[in-house]
Structures are given as C-alpha cells and as structure tokens.
Design a protein around this ligand. Structure first.
Ligand code: COA
Length: 154
C-alpha cells in the first residue's frame, strides 16, 4: 500500500513540467501526450491535479482538465492516467474521487470525458462513479478513432 496525496498544481517550474511531460509520453504515447507548450497552459487556464507519493513527492497519477467555454459550469477531463508501475493499487479511484470533490467545491455542475469504446474496464470504472454514456463520437481523434462521450452530473 502506497501513501498518496492528491494535489492541485497552482505554480510550476521546468522540473515539474519535465516530469509530467515524461509521464505523458510513457503512459499515453507520443500521439496522445501533451508537452511543455501545453502543460503550463493547462495549469494556468485549466486545472492540473496530480497524485503524489508522500514518501518522495514522485508524481504517479495525472488529471488534466479544461472548462467548457459555452457552458462555464461544465468541465472536461482531457486526460486521466496512473503511471504504469503504480496501477491496480487504488490510485486511479482515489484520483477520480478527489477530482470529483474538487469540481463540486468549485460549484461546477457536470464533468465530461471521452473513452475508447473498447475499453470496458475504464468505462465500468467511470460508471461506478456515476458517469453515463452520452454518445458515440465517430472519428473524434482522427480517422476511425471513435470515442464514447461520458458525463457525470456533479
Ligand atoms: C484507468 C486507470 C487510470 C486506472 O488506474 P489504477 O490506479 O490502475 O486504478 P485502480 O487501482 O484504482 O483500479 C480501478 C479499477 O480498475 C480496474 N482494474 C484495475 N487494475 C486492473 C487489472 N489489473 N485488471 C483488470 N481491471 C483492473 C478494476 O475495476 C478496479 O476497480 P476495483 O479495484 O474496485 O475492482 C489506469 O489504468 C490508466 O492510467 N490507464 C491508461 C490511461 C487511461 O485509459 N485512462 C482513462 C481514459 S480517460
């Protein structure tokens, strides 16, 4: 059992950006990951929430959020992942749960995300938190890269 704290990033230096950039590549691959040109934008204009090992502050989970320009009470989870070596230890659930709490405290009304329609484990994980399937978005992230849109009423 690893002791984890969930923290919102409010300021940063290049080391933190580098650490997240490397985690992105390792866990999401070069196509889906964001880099030093986007991570600071998420911190300043969206929200970056991280799971850190209490023993050494190492980042083991990341959630990147933006707000919906057309509905300011709605947020969107751009990515949520746990570092490969730390999966299946309950960190993902803890991170999702804390992200939901933070959004509730901010008086948001809903949060959306997209998932791979074939990834039943993740779909069921989000359903367990009350997310519902809204629609199938064809070619959302490129030709034949379909995604389910899921939504949670907060
Ligand atoms: C999805 C993800 C965040 C879950 O993180 P995690 O820390 O491994 O999750 P947890 O340990 O809290 O487990 C959550 C649930 O996932 C499922 N799960 C976890 N490990 C599993 C495994 N080895 N095999 C099958 N299901 C597993 C279980 O349903 C588990 O719930 P349970 O413990 O109540 O049965 C992580 O797998 C990940 O980063 N995946 C890649 C990125 C991704 O797909 N993100 C989601 C799309 S937005």
């Amino acid at each position: 059992m690893i002791d984890i704290s969930i923290n919102e990033v409010k300021s940063f230096d290049y080391r933190l950006i580098d650490e997240i950039k490397n985690l992105e590549k390792k866990n999401l691959g070069s196509e889906a990951s964001i880099n030093q040109w986007v991570i600071p934008v998420i911190i300043r204009y969206g929200k970056l929430i991280i799971a850190q090992k209490i023993s050494d502050n190492k980042i083991v989970g990341v959630c990147e959020l933006v707000k919906n320009w057309y509905d300011m009470r709605a947020a969107f989870i751009h990515s949520l992942y746990v570092d490969r070596e730390f999966r299946s230890k309950g960190i993902g659930k803890k991170l999702i749960s804390e992200v939901i709490n933070i959004l509730k405290k901010e008086n948001l009304e809903s949060v959306e995300l997209t998932v791979d329609p074939e990834n039943m484990t993740v779909i069921n994980l989000y359903k367990g938190f009350g997310f519902i399937l809204v629609s199938l978005e064809k070619d959302e992230y490129g030709k034949a890269v379909d995604r389910y849109l899921m939504r949670l009423k907060l």
